[in-house]
Design a protein around this ligand. Structure first.
Ligand code: ADP
Length: 606
């Protein structure tokens, strides 16, 4: 057989594995190119010098086994000097001279080892992740059992015993209803996965959880469905927060929408972004139209809007960016002037840039109407007072004239009997008599005029009358810092009365009370039914009435008001007349400097 050795050795240079021959005294006899490239040419040197191993013989080197037992040996070695791991196959080779050498093949497995290490560490990481991740992780079977779950899922559903959990029937024990699980499997099997699938799962204690599942189908190699795997996130708290946010939003929305004032918000170009129900009513523009690209200039006019913006930006009307309520008049359309209190503000972003503006408009149309009504009622009262005064004067005059007139009439009648009908003077006497009769008729008419008009009397609910008046007076009371309390008996029944006269009684009482509380105070109105009488009390925390005045206040022309404009002392006497006319009564109680309480009683209609 030819000696192939030199050629074989040359050929070994082509290998991608290290080939290395060492004599039994550890002298390197051969290194192929692969080994030389890594360790340098070490032929003739001691093995441990070449491989740079400090221990001798190397801890991994199994020379005993190889040289003494003549057995091959395989091991995995890591050579620090080059930071490589090799799969080392060593075998004894007998030389021609009877000595033994060792042939080693070094296969670089550094990458494989690294991969193994990586695999191990990632397996560990996955396990760690599986155990500690903040969401539930599951693997389930197609039939509906959990095959594996992480501790978070166990905890999420309130279980401690994993075996108990794995024995659950998903359709019946975990999903809210079996149909819910069927829906899940139908959905996931359609696309192979679900992302953020919302479902309700049942905890061990029966409570329902809102969960979000992101999972996919597991297939076997024949593409048959094995089951599903994925993650589960507990959304219960988020759902609750969502519900709270929605509730708050709805609440705010309702407040805005039900506000008795128009509430509007605009971007900085004036485009309308919020338009509540009252805005629709006051400006006659439905929200659908206002929010579809309408500009506030189309409502407040260009001039009006610019003026408002100028006022908000200046710091003279409540501070920069704020506009306190002011009386704003503008022509909504030709001949349709709107008047109301407008307050507004600019909203700024974090950087202080203008973001939007918001405005509140309180329409004063109704209030002005109420004030007009109140004025009319007061005029009416004044008129009644005047009429009553005239009436009393007329009645006193009539009474005073009546007696002497009847005296004259009687005397003339007497004289008639003494003068013959044919007597020329008798005619003069008849003439005087007829004139006095005419005068008596006139006096009778004057007397009937002096009585107050008998207004139409209707069935009336006193609470309604009081409520209406409170509406009229609300603003004046507020302006005069008077706090009113109504304590009205529920369902007081009906009285038969003249609404107008009753209103006048109350208006007079309210005016007196206000006059008695120049610095504000308390006004309490109470209604009560006792037997067949309705009692209305009006109590104020005003100046009170001096004991010596209490007797006189219902008299005509009694007043303590110094300025003639304020009163002529007829108010209470007219009220008294009205109430008496209705078969009722008014009484007063008072403590000077503390309070005054008028009690009106009226008969009930039953
Ligand atoms: P006038 O309003 O012209 O004064 P009124 O008949 O209404 O006439 O009242 C007569 C007087 O009775 C008042 O001037 C006032 O002195 C007294 N008076 C009436 N109501 C009150 C009240 N609530 N508190 C204190 N004094 C009152």
């Amino acid at each position: 057989m030819p000696d192939h050795t030199p050629r074989l050795l040359d050929a070994m240079d082509a290998f991608d594995e290290g080939i290395y021959i060492v004599s039994n005294d550890y002298t390197v006899e051969y290194m192929n190119r692969y080994m030389r490239d890594i360790f340098g040419d070490g032929v003739g040197k001691k093995c441990h010098d070449v491989l740079n191993q400090t221990d001798m013989p190397c801890t991994w080197c199994n020379s005993d086994e190889i040289f003494k037992k003549k057995k091959a040996h395989h091991s995995r070695v890591h050579i620090e000097s080059v930071d490589k791991t090799f799969y080392l196959s060593e075998m004894p080779v007998e030389n021609e001279d009877g000595t033994w050498s060792k042939l080693s093949v070094f296969r670089d497995i550094t990458e494989t080892v690294q991969r193994e290490k990586n695999y191990e560490s990632s397996k560990e990481s996955y396990q760690r992740l599986f155990n500690h991740v903040g969401c539930g992780v599951f693997i389930s079977s197609k039939e509906g059992r959990f095959l594996d779950v992480n501790p978070t899922l166990l905890e999420m559903l309130g279980y401690q015993d994993k075996d108990e959990f794995l024995s659950l029937d998903l359709a019946n024990d975990v999903y809210q209803t079996p149909e819910d699980r069927r829906r899940y499997t139908r959905t996931i099997e359609k696309k192979g996965k679900v992302v953020n699938y919302e479902a309700k799962w049942r905890r061990r204690d029966g409570h329902l959880l809102h969960v979000m599942i992101t999972s996919n189908v597991r297939y076997d190699i024949q593409n048959n469905i094995l089951g599903y795997e994925g993650i589960v996130v507990d959304q219960t708290r988020r759902k609750e927060q969502e519900r709270q946010v929605k509730e708050t939003y709805d609440f705010l929305e309702k407040i805005i929408s039900c506000s008795p004032n128009a509430i509007m918000a605009m971007d900085m170009k004036g485009n309308i972004k919020l338009w509540n129900r009252r805005s629709e009513e006051i400006f006659g523009v439905p929200a659908s139209q206002a929010l579809r690209g309408m500009n506030i200039r189309q409502i407040f006019t260009k001039r009006g809007s610019e003026r408002v913006m100028e006022m908000i930006r200046s710091d003279r009307h409540g501070g920069k960016g704020r506009l306190n309520a002011f009386l704003f008049k503008f022509d909504r359309s030709p001949g349709n002037q709107l008047e109301g209190n407008l307050s507004a503000a600019i909203l700024y972003d974090d950087k202080g840039e203008e973001l939007a503006s918001v405005a509140i408009f309180a329409d004063l149309k109704e209030q002005l109407q109420a004030e007009r009504e109140l004025n009319e009622a007061r005029q009416h009262l004044l008129q009644s007072e005047k009429l009553a005064a005239m009436g009393r004067l007329t009645s006193q005059l009539a009474h005073e004239l009546n007696n002497p007139l009847f005296g004259i009439m009687n005397t003339l009648e007497l004289m008639k009997t003494e003068i013959s009908p044919r007597n020329k003077r008798r005619r003069l006497l008849d003439m005087s008599l007829s004139e006095t009769v005419r005068l008596a008729d006139m006096l009778k008419k004057m007397l009937s005029f002096s009585k107050p008009d008998q207004e139409e009397r209707l069935e009336i609910d006193i609470n309604v009358v009081i409520d209406e008046l409170m509406l009229l007076y609300e603003k004046r009371f507020r302006e005069n810092s008077i706090k009113t309390t109504l304590d009205l008996v529920e369902d007081p029944g009906l009285i038969v009365a003249s609404r107008d006269q009753l209103r006048q009684v109350f208006i007079n009482m309210f005016s007196n009370a206000m006059y008695a509380m120049p610095d504000g105070g308390r006004l309490e109105i109470t209604t009560r039914v006792k037997g067949k009488l309705l009692f209305i009390t009006i109590e104020d925390s005003g100046t009170g009435i001096l004991p010596e005045h209490r007797e006189k206040i219902f008299d005509s022309f009694f007043t303590t008001k110094t300025e003639s404009v304020q009163g002529v002392g007829l108010g209470l006497s007219v009220c008294y007349g009205f109430v008496k006319d209705h078969g009722g009564d008014i009484t007063v109680a008072s403590e000077v400097g503390k309070w005054t309480k008028f009690t009106i009683s009226l008969p009930m209609n039953n």
